[in-house]
Design a protein around this ligand. Structure first.
Ligand SMILES: Nc1ncnc2c1ncn2[C@@H]1O[C@H](COP(=O)(O)OP(=O)(O)O)[C@@H](O)[C@H]1O
Ligand SMILES: [Mg+2]
Ligand SMILES: [Zn+2]
Length: 367
């Protein structure tokens, strides 16, 4: 007789073997078996409280929820024709991002106008979706000083949001022009090589960083802030940050390092191409950055376009830096190979040398 409840058991086939009793050990790394008292002493005696300064590092990372406005893709002068004094003509609509960056003054870098911190974003903001590195910039002034332990230490203080907005939107405008004016040179090079063949030397591959404006989400009681976010020019990949050409004069820095010297000469050549192809109206000044990535350009423009009271581009667009181009610029092997013209006085403002840029220029710099 089959008893209710026991039927399932009675009908089952051969059961699966019971699990092995032998415990599975966690995988641990190989290491010496014995540690001497001396070795242990050197490890153990360090296990004490961190110093005040070290503890302070816990509080140096700032996290910002931000609306991020990416700089549009600017490649050709025609892309600039649609821009105006409105910063929104340079940026795509906002995305959400979280930014984290180190505000420790010891890790901060600064020029004469902007301070820069290194950090990360989520999501990644630029070309490589796996690269979260960012460089966060704000304009600043140097305070007379804070009292720390009896001595007065000067500090970099960010300008308020209104001032940041004015300066950082101009930075974005200059970056867009930097992109276009550098691409213009590579387009010229490509066309020339198609007709005349390859040069006997390599052409440095350089570009301006991608960038975004980031406005901090309002935090109760705190002032809203604005930042310029750029691709990080990482020293491990790009080498030490360096200035290739200043804005005051179109004279490249002399480098001892042969590759830097080559890059500086190449960038001087790009200025000559830009000056020519825009019919003596504009070129990039203040070339700086790493081996391939550039940032913080000044756009140097002919003072004739500055209507009274309307300074074009950033404050570094100094008239003398533009006006002395023909005296300052010394042609190099790049200029010679690519047959750049130096008969500056014969460049007719409306002739073909403009490559059709003259009209676009006057539209896009109009106010
Ligand atoms: N994209 C970047 N990645 C890493 N470091 C940067 C980047 N841009 C600038 N820096 C560092 O920050 C400093 C200040 O930035 P910069 O834009 O050149 O300001 P300024 O307008 O004062 O010249 C630079 O001298 C450089 O050391
Ligand atoms: Mg700079
Ligand atoms: Zn030249």
């Amino acid at each position: 007789m089959i008893v209710a409840g026991s039927s399932k058991h009675a009908l089952e086939g051969p059961s699966t073997p019971p699990p092995s009793k032998k415990a599975c050990l966690p995988v641990s790394p190989e290491s010496p078996e014995q540690w001497s008292r001396q070795q242990m002493n050197s490890v153990l005696t360090k296990q004490t409280h961190a110093t005040a300064g070290q503890l302070g590092a816990l509080f140096k990372n700032k996290i910002v929820n931000a609306a991020v406005y990416p700089l549009k893709k600017f490649e050709h002068m025609n892309d600039l024709v649609a821009t105006s004094r409105d910063w929104r003509t340079f940026c795509n609509p906002a995305r959400v991002a979280i930014l984290m960056f180190n505000t420790d003054p010891k890790h901060q870098m600064s020029g004469s106008f902007k301070m820069a911190s290194i950090g990360e974003s989520n999501p990644a903001l630029f070309k490589d979706p796996k690269n979260f590195d960012i460089c966060v910039k704000q304009t600043f002034y140097v305070s007379k000083g804070f009292k720390i332990g009896g001595s007065t230490v000067p500090a970099n203080i960010a300008h308020d949001a209104r001032a940041q907005a004015k300066s950082l939107t101009m930075e974005v405008r200059c970056l867009a022009w930097g992109h276009v004016l550098l691409y213009m040179v590579y387009t010229f090079i490509r066309r020339f090589i198609r007709e005349h063949g390859e040069p006997p030397f390599p052409i440095p591959q350089m570009r301006f960083v991608e960038a975004c404006l980031a406005s901090q989400q309002e935090v109760a009681g705190a002032q809203q802030d604005l930042f310029l976010i750029e691709e990080r020019i990482h020293p491990d990949v790009e080498g030490k940050f360096r200035k290739y050409i200043n804005n005051g004069a179109a004279i490249p820095t002399a480098f001892r390092n042969a590759e830097d010297q080559e890059r500086a000469q190449f960038l001087a050549f790009t200025q000559h191409v830009q000056y020519w192809k825009t019919t003596k109206t504009v070129f990039v000044g203040d070339y700086q950055g790493g081996n391939t990535l550039l940032t913080d350009p000044q756009i140097m423009s002919s003072p004739e376009f500055m209507a009274a009271g309307h300074h074009l581009f950033a404050d570094g667009n100094v008239a003398t830096g533009f006006e002395s181009f023909e005296i300052d610029h010394v042609c190099n092997k790049f200029c010679q190979f690519f047959q750049l013209r130096t008969d500056y006085n014969n460049w007719n403002v409306e002739d073909d040398a403009s490559g059709g840029f003259t009209k676009a220029m006057s539209i896009s710099v109009g106010i």
